[in-house]
Every structure is written in C-alpha cells, then in structure tokens.
Ligand binder design. Sequence first.
Ligand code: GAR
Length: 314
Amino acid sequence: MIIMLKRLQRKWQVSTTQFILILCVFAITGTTTAWISKAITSWVGFTDETYWLWKVLLRLSILIFGYQAILLPVAFLFGQFPFFWKYEKKILKRLGIPIPQTGSHVIPIAVFASGTGTNAQKIIDFFRQHPTIQVALIVSNKPDAGVLKIAGKEKIPTLIIKKEPFFNGNGYVDELANHGIQWIILAGFLWKIPVPLLKAFPNRIVNIHPALLPKYGGKGMYGHFVHEAVLAAQEKETGITIHYVDDQFDHGAPIFRQSCPVEPNDTPEDLAKKVQALEHKHYPEVIESVIEGRMPGAAVGARGTRVRPLQADE
Ligand code: GAR
C-alpha cells in the first residue's frame, strides 16, 4: 500500500504535503458525493419498491457529474485547484468537450533540434492533447533536419535559423516573441545558446544530454561520441541529464537525472538504445513539471529510484 502511494506521488511529482492534501480532497469529495447521493435519492422519494434501474441511473449520474462538480470547490478549499483543474481539463478534452481557453492560459513552447527529432516527436505527442502547454514552433539550424519533416506532418510552424543572426544578432528573440514563445526546449540542438536568448528566457531554456553530466558533455559531445567515451572510460553506468541552459555547452543547473547500467559487452549502439528509451520516457514529463513549477531543481528518478539532487556547480 505504502509503495503504491509512493509510486502515485512520484507519478504526480508533488511534495509529500501536497500529496496528503490531494488525498484529503479525494476522500472528502467521495464521502460528500456518497452522502448527497443518498440524500437526493430519499428526497426524490425512491424506496425499496422503486424500479432498480431508476435508482441506479440516478445514483450513477450523481456519482459521475456530482463528483466532478464537488471536486473542484473542495480542491480550491485545500489550495489544490490547479492540480485538479489540470486533470479535469484532460478528462473533458478526452470526452470531446471543448474548454474555452483564453490566450493567456496557453503556454507556447518552441522545440529546438538539429537532427532526426525522435525526442521532438515524443514531446509533440505528449503535449498534443495538453490543456495548457502547446508545441507552437520547431526551430532548426539545419534545413534538411528530420525534425522539420515531423513539424510538417504535425502542421507545426517552423523557423530555420542562420549562424550570423543567431550569434551576432539578437538570437531570433523577436521571431520567437512573434510566436508568443515562453519556453525553449532543446532536443538535440547542437549550437550554443547566445546571450540575448538566455537573457530573454531566463531559466526558461531546458536541454537534455545523453549522459550523466558533468561527465561526457561539452562541445562535440553528442550522439555516438558520448557513448564511445562512456565505454572507453569503462563506466558502470550512463544515463540522461535534463538541465537548465547557460552560456556553456551541456552546462547549467541540473533538473533531473536517470541512470542505466553499462553491461560488459555493450556497444555504443546498445548504449544509444538504452539512453534514448530513457529520454523518450522522461523528457516530456519533466518538461511539463518544470513549466508547471513542480520541479524546481530536484532530481527525481522513476520506479523507486530517487536520484540524488544535483548541485548547480557539479
Ligand atoms: C538526444 O540523444 C539528445 O540527448 C542529444 O541529441 C539527441 C537528439 O536525438 N543532445 C545532445 O547531445 C546535447 N549535447 P533525436 O534527434 O533523436 O531527438
């Protein structure tokens, strides 16, 4: 039971206090709905003789609609409205019920990528039905990058950037502002981020690296170069690091890290597969947590592995 609860807490990525408050909201909503359902049934005048189907239908509709209606006010009283509203919106979207969204509720993000874009695809998939976060722009420095094909297929606007304006101009800040971009997500983007962009997006640029930083990062450390270096150093484990971006390659305050073992006969391709699986699994969820302010720098592992929180200067 305790293990199940801990798993749930990790899935929701909330603090222990918030987790307890959320459980209270569920308990109080459940009890109140059951009580109201009983009261309404007797108020309507249903007795033991009433046809069973009417009783079931009435109880079910109170449980389904009443529960949802009671949940949000109770959540509000416990200071948990944002948490429950997010899930309610997901449910409504799945039911095909449109949620009126004012522009200010949508958080447009840009994904920067130079390569194939498998991570970009996972991010797009994850946020496709998201109530607030929206992949609004794909940015690439390579006109033939696979990620641009993905953008075309997904009908997401693209921006192809050039070296000169990126490094010696204002870093395309105006173009990003035109798309209303609020966060930048690097997913295999191989250029350093220039100062104007860092200043325009303070602590709002996130990168993923296919190794346990600070090892095996820096200029030229990407793709198979990383995995070859890990094997050459006879490391016992490798993994992924997700971190805020600063003015150096693969550097900046760490957010999340997850490791996987390196087996004696592993090839660079084997490591690439294992690391990519970790990236696809964790990156979208971590992005969501960071943007929603639920992960301010602590590193949380998955499936029972709590990874030591990293220090910004590690
Ligand atoms: C990913 O493995 C990502 O960690 C890496 O580029 C790859 C992009 O793959 N990023 C870096 O190495 C940053 N230094 P994808 O195009 O299949 O998403």
